[in-house]
Design a protein around this ligand. Structure first.
Ligand SMILES: [Zn+2]
Length: 235
């Protein structure tokens, strides 16, 4: 299992790791700062460098759900790395930080609208969240509430609850499409103090003020009881 550094600190942009396995198109490491595709958030991109000048560009990151190992997908086949190499990792921070802001913004929407999530997709320019509700959300009200929550600069914290605690509080699981991983004994939670708490394995900012200027886009009907809210970040 790859040690996932971003779980405890999503702000780490550089760190060292050791190469465990080299595939034709991917690298496995003992530890990683690269977030693997999941929960609607795209996998990280970046670069791996050895001290003797070899460099491998990473075009995506994926996680094997069974082994828990992360595959760092290489932009070019046959990466020039060997097992045991110690490498310096660097993620594309601008891209990742944008995803962190977008991802946290979607949690704010969960705090505003009390409905189950049926899907979400995080993008650089636009993100969307699908909610299981037959009421049409009011765009102006959502915009005003999001603006207020961002301007209050509320702190966000990462915690853990046990599987048993989660079982006793099923209302915490708002995502119908992606259930939190069970069987590890504990589940990671994201708390936006006073606004929202839910299990999530993604990367988020530390305060709502970091999200910046947001704009609520189209609100669409996507079938019975399914409302899609599109949101943008303006800078
Ligand atoms: Zn999240």
């Amino acid at each position: 299992m790859t040690e996932q550094i971003f779980i405890d600190d999503p702000y780490v942009q550089y760190a060292n790791a050791k190469v465990l396995v080299v595939h034709d198109n991917g690298i496995e490491l003992d530890r990683s700062i690269f977030y693997p595709t999941g929960g609607g958030q795209p996998g990280d991109t970046g670069v791996l460098r050895t001290t003797d000048g070899r460099e491998v560009e990473i075009s995506n990151t994926l996680k094997d759900q069974i082994t828990g190992r992360q595959m760092h997908i290489c932009a070019e086949d046959k990466p020039r790395l060997v097992v045991g190499d110690v490498i310096a990792m660097e993620i594309d921070w601008q891209r990742r930080y944008r995803f962190m802001r977008m991802h946290t913004l979607l949690h704010l929407i969960c705090g505003i609208i009390n409905a189950e999530i049926t899907g979400c997709q995080i993008g650089l320019e636009k993100s969307r969240i699908d909610l299981n509700t037959d009421e049409k959300p009011n765009k102006e009200i959502i915009q005003a509430e999001l603006d207020e929550l961002v301007s209050r600069d509320i702190s966000i914290s990462v915690g853990w609850i046990t599987d048993a605690e989660l079982l006793a509080k099923p209302e915490l699981v708002k995502t119908m499409s992606v259930q939190p991983p069970k069987g590890l004994g504990k589940v990671r939670t994201i708390t936006i103090h006073g606004i929202d708490m839910q299990p999530c394995g993604g990367t988020h900012v530390a305060r709502t003020g970091e999200i910046g200027k947001v704009r609520v886009g189209k609100i669409e009907n996507k079938g019975k009881n399914n409302r899609r809210i599109n949101v943008h970040i303006e800078d």
